[in-house]
Design a protein around this ligand. Sequence first.
Ligand code: KIV
Ligand code: NA
Length: 277
Amino acid sequence: RLPVSLPQLAEKKRLGEPIVMVTAYDYPSAQVAEKAGVDVVLVGDSGAMTVLGYPSTVPVSVEEMLMLASAARRGLRTPLLVADLPFGSFETSNEQAIMTASRFIKEAGVDAVKIEANGVAVERARALVGAGIPVMGHVGLTPQTATALGGYRAQGRTAERALDVARDALALEEAGCFSIVFEAIPAPVAAILMEQMEVPIIGIGAGSSTDGQVLVFHDLLGIREGVGARFVKRYADIQDEMVAGVRAYADDVRHQRYPAPDHTYSIDPGELERFRS
Ligand code: KIV
Ligand code: NA
């Protein structure tokens, strides 16, 4: 397969072919996404929680995100690779945004960056696009500013708030975003917005009217527990498998079943005798 391009995503929208996006944060998860044939891989700042163990996405640094993105890049050939600009790395000025995004492109080799709607995102998106950096927007539930939104909860559940989401989405599109994520908004609200949106819209908890779907790798595979977002569908229980595997290994070591003769190296008996004496 050839690498996925921005025009190809627009073409998929035009043809009504659903776009598949998944997160990845390292070499093996990227390889899984590659082999599974997804269209877009997102090095989400959800990695702050899924692989770095922070309580939210807010603390993750640019350096940490660059390390995750570089590792994912090394595991990918085909999907478009997008990385989240983390909280605090783009808000201050257009210059800061361009400098941070350039690092993701030059040092990690990503194809595009994603920014969450906030008071300055539209201006930043316009500046980034102007600097030649492809930008994906993100509206609805925006975890970087979840405190201001009243926590991790669905957005756009009143007419006024739905209008806020609509304004964010249209303004980000107008600023030049090539695609936008709709997170945690009522399906009927998303469906009405979809009548207006010209760029491919990727949904997560936004119903089935969007042009594509995204899920967090660790949620869909059951690698982390206790995440109860309504929109998560679990396709595997990998953490159980991993615990069972490590437990079986521990049990083998403790009962001296591992290593077996098959797992050990031999030496010529003569050499061994010389070594002994
Ligand atoms: O960080 C992330 O994983 C995301 C997706 C849920 C869209 O932003
Ligand atoms: Na994110």
